[in-house]
Write a new protein. Structure first.
Length: 192
């Protein structure tokens, strides 16, 4: 299980992994505007049979935005509902109410997976760079017990073995810039 947004383009998957309030939901919505579909904005369940990853999402098609980011998506305001999340109010959207075509409801076996760990850089600049699989593991697993951790690693292994791994460092506040979103879009669609 990964705390991640999962976006799809054709039969390719982009997993955005980040701590809460880093900007993954805003990034996901920007990529949806470019033509992606959303599997989930919260939890990706990874299963592997015969080394082939299967990705499932929960909740499907639901996305939450911080209040300060809603101005970026004014057309969605009428569909958004306030929701208390930890110590703040977020705005929850069921994207199937906006456009069913934005949502992927089935589990998928993608042809290609890109994993992107997002982080706040502490500076004004942004950078998209390659990342090692071990660094992705360090950012993806909640340590419950040795047995659970080993089982999670076993499931994540086939994904990491076949995925291209990246790091997106974004600025101090707000969401990613247009150039950062374009960089992710190019990763997802390259080779077409």
């Amino acid at each position: 299980m990964l705390h991640a947004s999962c976006l799809l383009w054709e039969n390719r998957a982009l997993l955005l992994m980040a701590p809460h309030n880093t900007g993954k939901s805003t990034t996901a919505l920007c990529l949806l505007q470019k033509g992606c579909r959303l599997l989930t904005d919260s939890m990706v369940f990874v299963s592997a049979r015969e080394g082939i990853p299967l990705l499932m999402g929960f909740p499907v098609g639901r996305i939450k935005l911080r209040a300060d980011m809603m101005a970026e998506f004014e057309s969605l305001l009428e569909c958004a509902a306030e929701e208390q999340v930890r110590d703040e109010v977020k705005y929850a959207l069921d994207l199937s109410q906006v456009d069913e075509g934005l949502v992927e409801r089935k589990a998928i076996r993608p042809d290609r997976i890109d994993l992107c760990v997002m982080e706040r850089s502490g500076t004004l600049g942004e950078a998209l760079s390659p990342l090692g699989a071990r660094q992705v593991q360090a950012n993806s697993l909640f340590y419950d017990s040795e047995r659970v951790w080993q089982r999670n690693l076993a499931q994540l292994g086939p994904v990491l073995a076949s995925a291209r791994c990246h790091r997106l460092s974004i600025g101090l506040t707000g969401g990613p810039s247009e150039s950062a979103v374009n960089g992710l879009w190019e990763l997802l669609t390259e080779g077409e």
